[in-house]
Structure formats: structure tokens, C-alpha cells
Design a protein around this ligand. Structure first.
Ligand code: ATP
Ligand code: MG
Ligand code: MG
Length: 562
């Protein structure tokens, strides 16, 4: 991470200076059990960024040791997302390609008397492990001979035992104050087809055993992970050392990224997808990389945001407004300006000639004049925004009301004279007059108006759909339990609610309006700033030749300050 120093960079620098390391090799190790989210982007930026700073290399490694949860769809999506974020891996690896090597290392442990086959059930193992205040109890199978263990482990591999009937455990210390060292399970039986190795294996290594071996096999020097693995570091080192790995990677932990009103654990995101709270992993309300991309976020904005959140041991909750700040910053100079009316109200300009259309000139981006000019048609009938008119306005309402005059952006002043209603009393049309003297760009200074409205020409406007978003989850600290992200982790907050109780029923609003006719050729993922409404992205999934669909990325205003 270029400009700012952090404690990991300091460690790496010292390792190189002292000669402890000759090079820097990092890895980004996702489990292909879901799509990447913005928390992963932090890990990606740190791993690739640090290696890059020291002329090192970064591998993409799929940590695919659990056959039940992994899928090729996720492998493909993860590769796409890493590339889209702007990173290129040195080598592509699958942890499952090391199953043979891992098996051999487990056999080595058994031969050394450092691992044993245990017949206790999962529940018994948990009970025997003890607690922080209570020492663990040794399994009755702990004293099996190396010969017996070798035979049983081979038979586990050959498929002689049911799921859960036997496990292989590291023989470390049942009275260690660190529960992770109380003979952790390192292999389990699982009769399941693996996405990469098919039915070759029916025993699979546990994460805590597999991960250090993967790092060592690849020659990773600095293995960066999040702080929930801090207590596992002694086990990580034990595995590397007792398995007699040539290369000795060093695990370093940093604080995970949490964002207000956002859940990031893949398991929770998966639940939102599977229970149809959203329409897929790339739903624009999701904090996934693919969701953010579809909403209209740019890789630059995500990278800058992640860098600015910094690298530290702590893991506070970052305000979602900070993420929004960075996409506004990135799009400010890039996105063309345009006008769109989201909830149209017809305005007839009664003193404008019936069959006339004139073309008005407008800058594409006043903050970036190099982008040039566009032309906007203007004629007798236009649309304005419904809430830019009020029949009985409160004080300080400067938009349209009977008798008031406003400026139409890039066009003329108009004055509201008559309000046309339907039988039920709904306002359906306004009759206004324009003043030709007030044409935009002519330098008219005769009188001032306080309101400037956006509009589109009714005859030529293109129908468009707009999708407006609010946070999917309404909970400042929505991911409070992300670090205890196991299937049986306590999920409930103080009031006994789960994250699903905080799903926002108003997270998506769809409205139908109109856009300027010069927008007829917009393509998926094109981004615009609609005057007064914010930044929008052309949705790649719902847009058709007849009707573009725009996702609001972010509104224009923010109270967020860096
Ligand atoms: P989740 O809990 O969201 O499922 P995970 O840690 O199980 O995430 P992995 O696929 O194992 O998901 O993650 C790959 C890498 O990304 C790991 O090194 C992990 O520490 C890191 N990572 C995951 N979530 C975050 C986060 N919120 N902030 C920073 N790094 C993260
Ligand atoms: Mg994980
Ligand atoms: Mg997880």
C-alpha cells in the first residue's frame, strides 16, 4: 500500500535487511465457497500491494480442502474479480493438488509419534478438550502405537470407515493454555466428491493443518491473515516444524474490514442469495465485488477505499459513507453529466411554438471540460420531477409552485401559471410560460431565481428504469459475529435477533422515467452523473435494447468527511 507505512511492511523490511528473507512471496487464499466481498478486497490489496512494493510475487491459491462447500462457479468468479480489481497473480494453485503431499506429511507425524487416530465422536472430542479454565482430558486412544495408527490411517484413506467414525489428531498437549494445541483434529473422513480431485480421496485435511503446509509448499514467506487466526499461530508453527517443511513461512495477522450496515461473512451472504432476499451474488445491494461492480463501483474506488482504511491489528467498523466517498471521488471527473427525470410530471410551455424543437448546448462535464459538449433538444412539452412542484409549498421551497419562476438547467426560466388535475384531484400537468430572454449561456442578468430544475424534452426523451438502493441490512455493527464464523457460532445479538431480522424491506425501489435522447446508445456498465440525482451505472443484467436500466451507485451529497 503505497504511501502509508504499516506494521507488516516494517516486519518485511526488517526481514529483508537482516537477511532472514531473500525475497517476498505472499498469497491470496480464498476458499471457493462463495463470491469475493469487499473484505477480501482488503486482503487482496494487502497481499498483492506488499509483495509488489518489495519486488515480490503473489500467488492466487484456492483453499479448497472442504469438498462439501466448494464449486467451480466460485473458482471462476473469484478469478474474474481478482483480475477486475487490477491484480495479476504469479502462480495459480489449488490446495487440493497438495492432498498427496499432505497425506505423506501426516504419515510422517504418525511415524514420529506426533499424531494418532482417535475413535471419539466429534462431541466427545469437544468435551474432552476442556475450557480455558479447565484442563483437557486425554483420549483413551491417544496411546495407540505408531504401527496401529499407520494401519488405521491407511484404512481411513481406503474408505473403510464412515464419516465421523475416526479422525487423525495431532498429539501436542492436552493441558496447553491454548485450546488450539489440545490435540487438534488434522484429518477427517468425508465421503464426498471434490470439485477438483473427484473421488480420489475420502479423507480431507483440516484447515489448521492444511494451510501452513500449503504456504510452506509454495515457499510463501509472509502468510497474512485476519486476527481471528492469532491463537492458531503456535499450531501453524508446530505443523511447519513437525512436518519438517523446508520452507518456513511466517503468519502475520491484521484486523478484518467491517462496514456499517453490511454483513460480509460468506455464509450470511450465501443465505441472502439462497433464501432470495437478493437476486444473486451480484445483486447491487450485496457487498460482493461482483455486486459492487454491477452497482457501478470502479476498481479504483474500491482500492483507494481499502487502502485508506489502513492496515492494523484492530478491526473497527468503517462507515459505509467512506466507501461512497471514494466512488464519488473517482467518478467526479470521469462520468458524463446528464439529466434524467425519475418520476415525471408533464409541463406544457404554452408560449413556445407548437412544432418547434431547438437544440441546446451543454457541457458533458463542467469539472472536466476536455470531455466536450452535448446537445439537448427543447420543445413545447417537457417532463420535470413530480416533487419539484408543490401546490402549497412551505417557506423556502424554491421550486415550481403557482406563480413562481425557476430556471431549467441549460435552457430558460419558466413560470408556473396553471395546474391541471384529474378527476381525483391529482396534479397531472402544469402550464407554464418561458421567457426567451433568459436563455442559458446568453449572459442574462435581468432577474434572479432561486431554483434550478432538471428536465427532459417530452417528445424525444427515452424511457428508462431507475433502481434506487438503501442498505440491505440496517444494523451499524451487522457483522459483529463474523469472526466466529462457524456454522454453530452464536448469531444473536443482545436482543436475540439474527442479521436476517435487520434486513431492510425498502432496500430496492424501482421507478420509471425518462432520459435525454443523446443517451440512446448507452452500454452496460456505462456510468453517468444525473443532475441532482447522483451517479448511476447501466445495469448489465436488466438493460434491454428498448429500455436501459440504471442502478444508482450513490447520491451526490454526503456528510462524510475524511
Ligand atoms: P468469510 O468469513 O467472509 O467467509 P473467510 O475468511 O472464510 O471469509 P476466505 O475465502 O478464507 O474467506 O478468505 C480469503 C482471505 O481473505 C483470507 O486470508 C481472509 O483472512 C481474508 N478475508 C476475509 N474476510 C476479510 C475481511 N472482512 N477483511 C479482511 N480480510 C478478509
Ligand atoms: Mg476461510
Ligand atoms: Mg468463512
Amino acid at each position: 500500500m503505497e504511501n502509508n507505512s504499516n506494521f507488516i511492511r516494517t516486519i518485511i523490511k526488517e526481514d529483508l535487511e537482516s537477511g532472514k528473507r531473500k525475497e517476498v512471496i505472499t498469497r491470496f487464499p480464498p476458499e471457493p465457497n462463495g463470491y469475493l466481498h469487499i473484505g477480501h478486497a482488503k486482503s487482496i490489496v494487502i497481499n498483492f500491494g506488499l509483495a509488489d512494493d518489495f519486488n515480490g510475487r503473489t500467488n492466487l491459491r484456492f483453499d479448497d480442502t472442504n469438498p462439501l462447500k466448494e464449486d467451480q462457479e466460485f473458482v471462476d468468479a473469484i478469478k474474474e474479480d481478482v483480475k477486475w480489481l487490477g491484480y495479476d497473480w504469479e502462480e495459480l494453485h489449488f490446495a487440493s493438488n497438495y492432498f498427496g503431499e499432505m497425506y505423506n506429511r501426516a504419515v510422517l507425524l504418525i511415524k514420529k509419534g506426533k499424531a494418532y487416530v482417535d475413535d471419539l465422536s466429534q462431541e466427545e472430542i469437544r468435551q474432552y478438550r476442556g475450557t480455558l479454565t479447565e484442563p483437557g482430558k486425554e483420549s483413551p486412544y491417544r496411546s495407540r502405537s505408531a504401527e496401529e495408527n499407520l494401519d488405521l490411517f491407511e484404512r481411513m484413506r481406503n474408505g473403510e470407515f464412515e464419516n465421523g467414525a475416526k479422525v487423525l489428531r495431532a498429539k501436542i498437549d492436552m493441558s496447553s493454555p491454548n485450546l488450539n494445541l489440545r490435540d487438534p483434529v488434522i484429518y477427517r473422513v468425508s465421503h464426498a466428491t471434490h470439485h477438483n480431485t473427484g473421488d480420489t480421496w475420502c479423507i480431507y485435511p483440516m484447515y489448521a493443518f492444511a494451510h501452513p503446509l500449503e504456504d510452506a509448499i509454495e515457499g510463501v514467506t509472509h502468510s497474512l491473515c485476519t486476527t481471528e487466526f492469532e491463537d492458531q499461530r503456535p499450531l501453524y508453527n508446530w505443523v511447519v516444524s513437525e512436518c519438517e517443511m523446508e520452507s518456513t513461512p511466517q503468519q502475520i495477522e491484521f484486523g478484518r474490514l467491517n462496514i456499517s450496515n453490511t454483513v460480509m461473512s460468506k455464509r450470511k451472504l450465501k443465505q441472502l442469495v439462497e433464501e432470495n432476499y437478493v437476486d444473486g451474488w451480484d445483486d447491487p445491494r450485496m457487498p460482493t465485488i461482483s455486486g459492487l461492480r454491477r452497482k457501478g463501483y470502479t476498481p479504483e474506488a474500491i482500492r483507494e477505499f481499502v487502502k485508506e482504511t489502513g492496515v492494523s491489528k484492530g478491526s473497527g467498523v468503517v462507515d459505509e459513507a467512506m466507501l461512497e466517498h471514494y466512488v464519488r471521488e473517482d467518478l467526479k471527473l470521469k462520468a458524463p453529466r446528464t439529466m434524467g427525470v425519475l418520476r415525471p410530471l408533464k409541463v406544457v410551455i404554452t408560449n413556445y411554438p407548437e412544432d418547434q424543437t431547438e437544440m441546446l448546448d451543454a457541457e458533458i462535464n463542467p469539472e472536466n471540460p476536455e470531455m466536450g459538449m452535448r446537445q439537448i433538444p427543447f420543445s413545447r412539452e417537457i417532463f420535470v420531477e413530480q416533487d419539484d412542484f408543490m401546490e402549497d409549498p412551505p417557506k423556502k421551497y424554491f421550486r415550481l409552485f403557482p406563480g413562481n419562476e425557476v430556471r431549467l438547467k441549460h435552457a430558460y426560466f419558466i413560470k408556473c401559471n396553471d395546474v391541471i388535475k384529474d378527476e381525483d384531484g391529482n396534479v397531472v400537468e402544469l402550464h407554464c410560460t418561458y421567457d426567451p430572454e433568459t436563455k442559458s449561456g446568453t449572459g442574462f442578468t435581468g432577474r434572479k431565481v432561486k431554483g434550478t430544475l432538471h428536465w427532459v424534452d417530452a417528445k424525444s426523451a427515452i424511457p428508462a428504469e431507475f433502481r434506487l438502493y438503501e442498505p440491505l441490512i440496517l444494523d451499524e455493527d451487522a457483522d459483529r459475529n463474523a469472526e466466529a464464523d462457524t456454522d454453530d457460532a452464536a448469531e444473536n445479538d443482545a436482543e436475540g435477533k439474527t442479521f436476517l431480522d435487520y434486513v431492510n424491506p425498502n432496500s430496492l425501489e424501482i421507478v420509471n422515467g425518462f432520459i435525454e435522447p443523446n443517451m440512446k446508445d448507452v452500454k452496460a456498465q456505462d456510468k453517468f452523473q444525473f443532475f441532482r440525482h447522483g451517479y448511476f451505472n447501466v445495469d448489465p443484467k436488466h438493460t434491454t435494447a428498448e429500455k436501459p436500466v440504471f442502478n444508482r451507485i450513490v447520491s451526490l451529497k454526503s456528510s462524510f468527511k475524511l
